[in-house]
Design a protein around this ligand. Structure first.
Ligand code: R1P
Ligand code: URA
Length: 287
């Protein structure tokens, strides 16, 4: 295996990885990600004990025990550019030897279980505020997968191609399905949906404050987009990046969405923290 140079696998003076500031022994194989760093403590407050608390920039990590299970909670900040950092660094923590700087042999590699708990806006009238939605297919409307050799199934590629046509995009989006096993284990009683991961909160999600979105009627186009049995239920900003890098790196990934806005009925939930807390407890019990 080739040694990874200092400029590629960047380690801090204490040996921790560059952005997450973590040493390999500081994380569990079971990881919950949240977007907002202040939500890390809202998850770890349910732990019986907290063993590790580390913070750098928007990346806050708490590792501890919940009913005997060792779990890490990591904040990602917003967007798939941050997901690129978090997923690659979490993977390096378990699948690269930091002393020799060599990737582990395939038979020694660890597959992480990664569950995103995030907020999301609904794109269909019948996805109510306060509901919990598990993403089956995610479409990335960002360009992260222009830079990785993601292997998509024919079905996934066709969804991406049809969506490019429907929106008149100058680039091909990407489409990727998450882990069936993890979805069944953790989300069996949640709404099953398909998610658009957007490279922004405003025009990319059809929001108009003072700037007119360039794609006319984008909400209506996304709401009514259909390919075979697939319709899309919600918007957010990380899932497709997590699902793609999970597939590329060999980790088991699931994105769970607390629905806090409905873009069709124009409602926003007054009790976001409550909706998330209910989801957190479900995940901690089932993960
Ligand atoms: C936008 O407000 C943020 O909320 C959603 C989006 O994906 C984006 O990160 O998720 P989080 O609540 O997990 O941050
Ligand atoms: N997060 C998003 O990205 N969009 C929403 O509408 C709500 C939360």
């Amino acid at each position: 295996m080739a040694r990874i140079p200092e400029s590629e696998l960047i380690l801090n003076a204490d040996g921790s990885i560059y952005h997450l500031n973590l040493l390999p022994e500081m994380i569990s194989d079971t990881i919950i990600t949240v977007g907002d760093q202040d939500r890390v403590a809202l998850v770890s407050k349910h732990f019986d004990s907290i063993e590790i608390q580390v913070a750098k920039r928007e990346f806050v990590t708490h590792t501890g025990y919940y009913k005997g299970k060792r779990i890490s909670v990591v904040s990602t900040g917003i967007g798939t550019d941050n997901i690129d950092i978090v997923l690659n660094e979490l993977d390096a923590l378990v699948n690269v030897d930091f002393v020799t700087r060599e990737p582990l042999a395939p038979e020694d590699r660890i597959s992480l279980k990664i569950v995103r708990i995030g907020t999301s806006g609904a794109l269909q009238e019948d996805v109510p505020l306060g509901s919990h939605l598990a993403t089956e297919y995610a479409v990335g409307l960002d360009t992260l997968m222009q830079f990785y050799p993601l292997m998509e199934t024919g079905f996934e590629t066709e969804i991406a191609v049809q969506l490019q046509l429907a929106l008149g995009l100058g680039f091909l989006p990407y489409c990727v399905k998450g882990s069936d096993l993890l979805r069944e284990q953790v989300a069996h009683d949640m709404i099953m949906g398909n998610t658009f991961t957007c490279p922004g909160f405003y025009a990319p999600q059809g929001r108009l404050l003072r700037l007119q979105p360039k794609i006319e009627g984008v909400i209506e186009k996304l709401k009514s987009f259909e390919y075979e049995t697939i319709k899309f239920t919600n918007f957010e900003m990380e899932t497709a990046g997590i699902y793609s890098l999970g597939r590329l790196l060999g980790h088991d990934v699931l994105s769970l969405n607390a629905i806090v806005a409905n873009r069709i009925t124009h409602q926003f939930a007054p009790n976001v923290n409550e909706i998330i807390d209910d989801l957190v407890v479900k995940v901690l019990e089932r993960i």
